[in-house]
Design a protein around this ligand. Structure first.
Ligand code: VGL
Ligand code: ZN
Length: 197
């Protein structure tokens, strides 16, 4: 799996069992863990936690909003309040936490004036973008899973493909707002050359 990385989009409590709980979210978490176990050949409890030096880097994209963010209905946006800084809802799901590393965790939507669906807009604590880190790690193939297919997953997968890398979407490890919207988004991405596996 050298040259490959996994990108986990917004598998955060608010999207799983919180204010914006999405369809298939718990199954998607389980499928993500199963995928990691298969690809790394390790069991959950054995994962060596070696995010960067390991053969299969796992990157986390995290929606991370101030309480007065423009995407919230109260501020004229489309969504209920979600993923507010310092709340449980903004945290990565417990089962995935063992795989998360600060240097491979990218926060987006941090500016209250700006909606950011794509992980490409995110930055880690050192201020690096996903694209910068993927370049440093020589990653050519990106596996993507997460929430929500129609919004942040699609925007992230399209930017990943535009960056010239091969993109594989892990269908069973996706979660979505609306089943029809999910199917439509998959179809659009397939036409754009993104592999659905
Ligand atoms: C998302 C709506 C608002 C997503 C994030 O992760 O798809 N959707 N914020
Ligand atoms: Zn958001």
């Amino acid at each position: 799996m050298k040259d490959s990385a996994l990108l986990i989009v917004d598998m955060l409590n608010d999207f799983i069992d919180g204010s914006m709980a999405c369809r298939n979210a718990k199954e998607a978490v389980n499928e993500t863990v199963a995928f990691i176990d298969r690809e790394t050949g390790t069991e959950e409890e054995e994962y060596d936690g070696n995010g960067i030096a390991g053969q299969f880097p796992i990157l986390f994209i995290c929606d991370h909003h101030p309480a007065d963010h423009c995407s919230f209905k109260a501020n004229g946006g489309l969504w209920p309040e979600h993923c507010v800084v310092w709340t449980r809802g903004s945290a990565v799901h417990d089962r995935l936490l063992p795989y998360a590393h600060e240097e491979l965790t990218f926060l987006k939507g941090c500016d209250k004036e700006e909606e950011q669906y794509s992980g490409w807009a995110g930055r880690n604590k050192a201020g690096q973008t996903v694209a910068e880190v993927l370049d440093l790690l020589d990653i050519r193939n990106i596996y993507i899973c997460g929430i929500a297919t129609e919004f942040c997953v699609k925007a992230t997968a399209e930017d990943a493909a535009a960056s010239g890398r091969k993109v594989f979407l892990i269908e069973k490890a996706l979660s979505y707002v609306d089943p029809d919207g999910h199917v439509r988004a998959l179809e659009e991405m397939r036409k754009e050359g993104i592999d659905i596996i």
